[in-house]
Ligand binder design. Sequence first.
Ligand SMILES: [Zn+2]
Length: 87
Amino acid sequence: MMNVDCRKVWNQSKDKLPPHQRMMTETLFKAARSYDICWICGDKEQLFSVIVENDDGEAIAGIICLDCLVIQKNKGTIFVENNPIDR
Ligand SMILES: [Zn+2]
């Protein structure tokens, strides 16, 4: 378990994300009035700090929930790291 500053992770990663992904996640942040949410679905529970590699082999840190982690793994996304966030 680890503590993670989700806002800091966002600020480090947002420029590396595809524009549509960035827009979608910013909409989720606004709705939740928080950065401590899943970047894909907005869930606040069972969050993981993850690192994925994009097509260029660039490492990108992210925050996603357990459900989305499983879905992305099943889609073939390779997670270099995935650690539960302690809240
Ligand atoms: Zn999610």
